[in-house]
Design a protein around this ligand. Structure first.
Ligand SMILES: [Fe+2]
Length: 259
């Protein structure tokens, strides 16, 4: 199984083409460089027959105007619909800070943007850490990216999923970092989820989690902690970086690529 991974597109605001003369079709504007890069990525995904793509969040940069940002996200999604490669989205803080969550994903009242799916014996669990530590979901205009949190309902969901018996290995997806990543010796870096330690304990005690895919920290990173690999995907918008995850019977291999 081959999976394409992208993150942190931070799409700029999409502009509309000028109004055409009566009877004529509008001339589409050229794509911004990031959208053009993503299209090239999907061409590659099709050629190389990726089974699916995981987009780890921060689709939009966010202008502060929710209507513009939603338009950017939906125009982008529409332009990707012709792609034959299915994509699983994870909500990023920029997405949730500017657009109501349920406009971008099928969100549930209790789990927000968290969900799971199984492919070839691998259980993928997407988490939504776009909450503040008081358990309140991010809302447009009222969110602080340094305060991210996975609320109790998602912790229970995660435990239940990992207790299932119909899979062999689990991969966790989260926009924000879940590994222990310190600023010097004293502070946990703000790109890490506020209650990441609790989540790591759940993952470690299940014994079935091999890999966590995360983003948000634009330079990317790759660590192994207590037997679990935490791979932080580098941001796409700066250097058109993406990764290819190959899942075999023996394990997971990740290759870094650029467009
Ligand atoms: Fe982010």
């Amino acid at each position: 199984m081959k999976i394409g991974i992208i993150a942190d597109l931070h799409l700029p605001k999409k502009e509309f083409p000028p109004r055409p003369e009566p009877g004529k079709k509008p001339t589409p504007l050229p794509d911004d460089p990031v959208t053009a890069g993503v299209k090239a990525f999907y061409e590659k995904a099709k050629e190389e027959k990726y089974d699916f793509v995981i987009n780890l969040g921060d689709l939009v940069e966010g202008t502060g105007n929710g209507d513009d940002d939603y338009m950017t996200a939906s125009m982008f999604s529409r332009s990707m619909i012709s792609s034959t490669v299915n994509t699983y989205y994870v909500l990023g803080n920029h997405d949730a800070m500017f657009i109501p969550k349920d406009l971008l994903l099928h969100c549930s009242q209790t789990l927000g943007g968290a969900y799971s799916f199984i492919k070839e014996g691998v259980l993928f669990i997407a988490l939504d850490a776009n909450y503040s530590c008081d358990g309140k979901s991010y809302e447009p205009g009222a969110s602080d990216w340094t305060d991210s949190y996975i609320p109790d309902a998602q912790k229970e969901f995660l435990k239940k999923q990992l207790d299932r018996t119909d899979f062999e290995r689990a991969v966790i997806l989260c926009h924000q970092r879940l590994d222990l990543f310190m600023d010097g010796l004293e502070h946990v870096n703000p790109h890490v989820v506020g209650n990441a330690e609790e989540i790591r304990n759940i993952l470690e005690s299940s014994g079935k989690t091999a890999l966590v895919l995360q983003a948000h920290y634009h330079s990317g990173d790759d660590t192994v902690q207590n037997g679990i690999r935490y791979y932080t995907q580098q941001a796409f918008f700066k250097k058109y970086a993406y990764s290819v995850l190959t899942v075999t019977e023996n394990g997971f291999a990740i290759e870094k690529e650029t467009i």
